[in-house]
Design a protein around this ligand. Structure first.
Ligand code: FES
Length: 307
């Protein structure tokens, strides 16, 4: 019997010996995690440090409000590696679950990933049932219990026979192939606006409340500013004679939003909240309904000033 036949036979067998409730759980978890990894691969910005959806920005945002902030800050230093690992890891966990390859280990890894996502991004979500990560954590634990080998010897758990080795090879190769293919066909990255510094031109008769000379902010551009509260803010020139400014603190869980020049929206890298600067910072998508705090600014002569 060829290796492929042997592998496919193992996959079929792994499904026939399970109850319908376990099959349903397995199907849902396997498809969802595979999809989550491929979706990251298809996001051209996920591994691009200049993009609004860059994993490093997400981690930095999570670190602002997480019980494992020190660990997340360390991960920011290796963000691209962490992102690539998460992407391939999610696909591998999903495929291993669907194919029945090391199912117990895949379930434990899925539970671990869900727990880390919960600690990183949704730990303070209230009520707790609005956070999907806790639900996934419980689902993985239930699945792990249902596929746990009765005799938990190393060889049983690791399934180190010929069929197990073929399965590991297939899952590993497909995970890397899907991640690479996803990157190849990825959606274009949304590049974040970034200002190297806050510009405050106050020489030559500028008013004391001047933020920046109007000539230094092109129409359609934005400037990161610091608010008197110490919070980050963002100033946008929406038209030749129109400006607006907002607190850049996301109203969901406090990450810092960026201005996306292509969509003309303020986007949160953490959970994808979107705000419309032309509608007073109204939340138009994502997990929050609260608008960004608007900061009063206006054009006065040659300057944009706080009013
Ligand atoms: S912090 Fe969750 S969407 Fe911004």
């Amino acid at each position: 019997m060829s290796s492929v036949q042997e592998f496919l036979q193992g996959v079929a067998k792994s499904w026939t010996h399970q109850s319908w409730s376990v099959r349903l759980l397995r199907l849902w978890l396997g498809i969802t995690f595979t999809y989550a990894g491929i979706d990251k691969a298809l996001d051209g910005g996920f591994l691009n440090p200049d993009a609004t959806t860059y994993i490093g920005k997400q981690l930095a945002g999570f670190a602002q409000q997480s019980p494992i902030s020190p660990l997340l800050n360390k991960m920011v230093e290796h963000a691209t590696l962490v992102g690539a690992g998460t992407m391939v890891g999610e696909i591998a966990i999903g495929l291993a679950t669907l194919f029945g390859v090391l199912p117990f280990l895949a379930a434990v890894a899925g539970a671990g990933l869900s727990a880390s996502l919960w600690l990183s991004s949704t730990f303070y979500t209230t009520p707790y049932f609005l956070a999907p990560d806790t639900a996934y954590l419980i689902m993985w634990l239930v699945f792990a219990l249902s596929v746990m080998p009765r005799k938990r010897t190393v060889s049983r758990v690791l399934n180190v026979d010929r069929r197990g080795a073929i399965g590991i090879g297939v899952v590993g190769a497909l995970s890397i192939a899907f991640a690479s293919l996803g990157n190849f066909f990825a959606r274009p990255a949304k590049i974040a606006f970034s200002a190297a510094k806050v510009v405050t031109k106050q020489g030559g008769g500028a008013p004391t409340n001047a933020i920046v000379a109007i000539s230094d902010l092109n129409v359609g551009s934005a400037l990161q500013i610091k608010l008197t509260s110490g919070d980050p803010g963002i100033l946008i020139r929406t038209a030749t004679d129109a400006v607006c400014a907002f607190s850049a603190v996301c109203t969901h869980q406090g990450c810092t939003v960026d201005y996306d020049q292509a969509s003309k929206e303020l986007i949160c890298p953490c959970h994808g909240a979107r705000f419309d600067p032309l509608q007073n910072g109204k939340a138009i998508a994502g997990p929050t309904r609260a608008a960004l705090t608007e900061i009063p600014v206006q054009i006065s002569g040659e300057y944009i000033v706080s009013s």
